[in-house]
Design a protein around this ligand. Structure first.
Ligand code: NAD
Length: 294
């Protein structure tokens, strides 16, 4: 980064490492108290290379945090009823406290049907309609991992978010919508923007908090960012570098964002928080199933 770059880089990687260390400590205490540890079941259908890498990484970190990992790999040809039967058995299994079905699923399987078959209290991705409803109505539930991680970073930076103007770019069910709900719950004034929003640049200039989850490299330019704003870049975009080597970039032209108060780099910002929050959700689900307070 250029020497005159004034924004703090938000160290999501370091935050996630500290969170995982704390979870590992909590798991040891929970094991002493209950004689058992949280268990996370991950279901992978097919052999999508990116999904296979994510699942391996989830398994590694689950074990590193002292929890049990159950991995179920199913062939691409699996039928919906076979997959639903597996989920039903995981719902009933007392050693499994969290269930995650890796997305995307092959085209013949409906993600909506499959997710809705998961016991909402074991839905550690927070995608079940019951958990979306709980979040929207301020009830205790399980919150999607990526926006939960973004909120943790924001609270560490700003402590109290009440009264701040927040703009969220993107309205997906897994990032944008739950992010907006979480910011509303913190008493921010929230605007959700998307691909049909008019004059996005002007809207962004009002934001004390700007969360960008569009999947468009370099969408947000420096002059869209209010001086002193806190910027969370959720985007993960693989772009070809001139030398032909692919690089990962976010949705914000970070080299133009030096006048922000703080910004998450890509990689090393939001990304590492997602798996850490998945494990945090698994510990939360375990506590609730064992009726242990936090
Ligand atoms: P999505 O494709 O489901 O949704 C994208 C949203 O952005 C849509 O609401 C769309 O209207 C909006 N959008 C697209 N182009 C836009 C534009 N030009 N202007 C304004 N809005 C625009 O994507 P998603 O699943 O929400 O993910 C968004 C990004 O975040 C992707 O890059 C994805 O890879 C990344 N992501 C990162 C993590 C992580 O762990 N860091 C997790 C999930 C998603």
């Amino acid at each position: 980064m250029h020497q005159s770059f004034g924004a703090a880089l938000i160290d999501g990687k370091g935050f996630a490492a500290r969170l995982l260390a704390r979870l590992n400590h909590d798991v040891q205490l929970l094991e002493k108290e209950t004689g058992t540890v949280p268990g996370l079941a991950v279901v992978l259908v097919g052999e999508d290379p990116a999904s296979t890498i994510y699942v391996a990484s989830k398994r590694r970190q689950t074990v590193a945090a002292g929890m049990r990992s159950f991995e179920h790999r199913l062939p691409t040809t699996v039928t919906e009823s076979e997959l639903l039967a597996l989920i039903a058995s995981l719902n009933e299994n007392p050693s499994v406290h969290g269930i995650l079905v890796q997305l995307p699923l092959p085209a013949h399987l409906s993600a909506g049907v499959v997710i809705d078959a998961i016991d909402p209290d074991k839905d550690v991705d927070g995608f079940h309609v019951a958990n979306a409803g709980r979040l929207a109505t301020g009830q205790e539930g399980l919150v999607p991992c990526t926006p939960l991680g973004c909120l943790m970073l924001l609270k560490e930076q700003l402590l109290d978010l009440a009264g701040l103007n927040a703009v969220v770019i993107g309205k997906s069910n897994i990032v944008g919508k739950p992010m907006a709900q979480l910011l509303m719950a913190e008493n921010c004034t929230v605007t959700v923007a998307h691909s049909r929003t008019r004059d996005l640049a002007q809207l962004c200039r009002m934001a004390d908090i700007l969360v960008v989850a569009a999947g468009r490299p370099g969408l947000v330019r420096g002059d869209w960012i209010k001086p002193g704003a806190t910027v969370i870049d959720v985007g993960i975009n693989r772009v070809e570098e001139t030398a032909g080597r692919p690089v990962i970039v976010g949705d914000v032209a970070i080299e133009e964002a030096g006048h922000a108060r703080a910004i998450t780099p890509v990689p090393g910002g939001v990304g590492p928080m997602t798996i850490a929050c998945l494990l945090a959700n698994t510990v939360t689900a375990f506590r609730r199933q064992q009726q242990i307070g936090s």
